[in-house]
Ligand binder design. Structure first.
Ligand code: COA
Length: 570
């Protein structure tokens, strides 16, 4: 079938559905929601059998839904309506939630239901639930809806009286407001979680209005409710009525300000008492810790697990430097294998575009950041003492995809979305040794195709192409268990010394043929031009990305109905 996606942006959920549907032989084209007339034009050009709105903030125009079946993905259970579906579910402590695929009609989210899927709703950030449970449920429900549509005999029905869901209004800032004197830690975290990603919780820090994001519990620090107690790296600890929470990110309500690690948004935070953790070991109590190390297995054949939970997978200069230090330290431990676990939602999305945008010289900060991430990649590539595994539980984008490839093995959870290309960010050339790492895995032509296509890739596709090594099924918790088991097996395998020796020999051969420093130099020469050259494309693209400018056109590689060679179906 020809399926047209109408989207606000090509976000991870839309990308997942795009990959799932194209893998099943459907021809999918995408149009961004720029204006009703543009959507109408897309429908006229593409003549779709079906229109799907996986992530749309406005209603589909009647001129389209009255003539075509349009399926809307709503992140709520059957009967639920309104723009704050997940926010209310989290705030009200629902234990089960779902996704409904319904047909667009005059009344928003009120049309007949084609399919739905439910999931257990944990106590987590909204953004994380959206990227995991909602995305999985949406994939299931959309595929079922399409099967029913193709079968031709399914009659979708409006939600019946027995439906648990109901219409709920937009959750405003008044409902989200934290009362620091009265709210306990659980309430504060539920408020922060329900607003995470967007819109955040309106509050004040250091006398200035701002939005707060990225809450985490703190088990030990205590103080007068509302008081700022301490700082750790870029996060700040604030007392609640019965304990304390960490705040990781904030966006000051100033023009042009973006979401930043809190101590960068508010440098006054640096004057708070420091509350460092002793070393890299995972703390034995709930607290904020962005880099955490653990070990498992018998002495002599143990495995080290290095997790790095960086908000949104963005890795700033400081984070890259600290992670490099942690990795080098992990490589001194009496273990055999190091598993680079990344974070729960993202493994890495490359350099930190928000921190760069906010810097006094974005070009200089870009340069420092790419060098810091390259240092990390080089440390992983040159690690002769251990076998390394990148275990992608969450998504990866741009430089993050290649940084993972610096490990000896890359294992990824089925369901993870990858965007192994840089061009969408103003034609960035990219670094992280991709020119060294990619061609041996996928061939020179394959490498060029991946970079040029600018399209998302599923974990399965990455393994089929030879880019990554394994795609492991199951949800995140099962993936972590599976990775640990396989890593321990690898560490205990009789051929471990041989594998380590073979790795060292290969690195030496490669180095003799062309040193890593040369690859790095060549890539960074191109990057220098991106950062400091006459073409401002990267700076412009970064500005629009960080400031979330509404789309004004659909990229040509997504809108195939706008291809020059596209022949309108009759
Ligand atoms: N730096 C800073 N923030 C980043 C980031 C980066 N490199 N990559 C993603 N983010 C942020 C987004 O701004 C968004 O912020 P929010 O919390 O305000 O919503 C959040 O992470 C999630 O990103 P989003 O684009 O909504 O997620 P997605 O899963 O739909 O898309 C990507 C993932 C990777 C395709 C997309 O985020 C992207 O293109 N990122 C930029 C990658 C890049 O070019 N890096 C620099 C070159 S190495």
């Amino acid at each position: 079938m020809r399926i047209l996606f109408l989207v606000h942006s090509f976000n991870s959920l839309s990308q997942r559905l795009y990959c799932d549907l194209t893998a099943r032989g459907h021809t999918v084209s995408v149009e961004f929601d720029v204006a009703d007339s543009v959507a109408e034009e897309a429908v006229a050009l593409f003549a779709p059998h079906l229109v799907i709105a996986p992530f749309l903030k406005r209603a589909i125009p009647a001129s389209i839904w009255s003539r075509h079946v349009c399926l809307v993905v709503h992140p709520g259970i059957v009967g639920d309506r309104g723009p704050s579906a997940l926010d209310w579910a989290i705030r009200e402590g629902e234990s089960n939630w779902g996704v409904t695929v319904l047909q667009a009609e005059a009344e928003m989210d009120a049309g007949p239901v084609w399919a739905s899927a439910e999931f257990a709703l944990g106590r987590r950030k909204k953004s994380s639930i959206y990227r995991n449970e909602v995305t999985e449920a949406a994939a299931t429900a959309v595929l079922q809806a399409i099967e029913r549509f193709q079968a031709g005999d399914f009659v979708p029905r409006p939600p019946g009286r027995e439906a648990r869901g109901r219409l709920r209004p937009l959750m405003g800032q008044e409902e989200r407001r934290i009362d620091w004197e009265a709210d306990d830690t659980a309430t504060v975290l539920a408020k922060l979680d329900a607003a995470d990603g967007f819109p955040g919780v309106a509050d004040r820090l250091f006398g200035e209005p701002c939005r707060l994001f990225d809450g985490a519990p703190e088990a030990r620090l205590r103080g007068r409710p509302g008081a700022l107690l301490a700082r750790r790296e870029s996060a700040v600890c604030r007392a609640t009525a019965d304990g304390a929470v960490w705040l990781g990110q904030a966006r000051p309500e100033r023009p042009e300000a973006c979401k930043l690690p809190l101590a960068l948004a508010f440098p006054q935070a640096l004057e708070l008492p420091a509350a460092p953790l002793p070393g890299w070991w995972r703390a034995d109590h709930p607290t904020w810790q962005d880099i955490a190390y653990e070990e498992a297995g018998e002495p002599g054949r143990a495995v080290g697990f290095l997790a790095f939970e960086f908000y949104n997978g963005a890795m700033g200069t400081d984070q890259c430097r600290r992670l490099t230090a942690a990795f080098r330290w992990a490589a001194t431990r009496p273990t055999r294998v190091i598993v680079l676990q990344g974070g729960a939602d993202f493994w890495s999305n490359g350099i930190h575009l928000n921190v760069i945008e906010a810097a006094e010289s974005p070009a200089d900060e870009s340069w420092a950041n790419i060098n810091a991430i390259d240092d990390l990649a080089e440390a992983i590539l040159n690690c002769g003492s251990h076998l390394t595994i990148a275990a992608l539980q969450g998504n990866a984008g741009a430089g993050g995809c290649f940084l993972a490839r610096a490990a000896d093995l890359v294992w990824t959870r089925a369901g993870v979305m990858l965007n192994p290309h840089y061009k969408n960010m103003g034609n960035l050339y990219g670094s992280e040794f991709w020119t060294y790492l990619l061609p041996p895995q996928v061939g020179a032509d394959g490498a060029r195709a991946i970079m040029r296509h600018r399209l998302p890739m599923t974990a399965g596709e990455a393994v089929d192409l030879g880019f990554y090594d394994a795609c492991l099924p199951g949800p995140a918790a099962a993936f972590r268990v599976d990775v640990a088991r396989r890593a321990l097996e690898l560490a205990a395998a009789p051929d471990f010394p041989g594998r380590l020796a073979a790795k060292a020999a290969k690195r030496a051969r490669d180095e003799a043929e062309k040193p890593l420093s040369k690859y790095r130099h060549e890539e960074l020469n191109e990057m220098r031009r991106n950062f400091y050259g006459f073409d401002p494309s990267y700076h412009v693209a970064r500005y629009h990305f960080v400031s979330k400018s509404p789309p004004s056109w659909t990229p040509r590689h997504l809108a195939i109905h706008r291809d020059l060679g596209w022949v309108k179906p009759v």
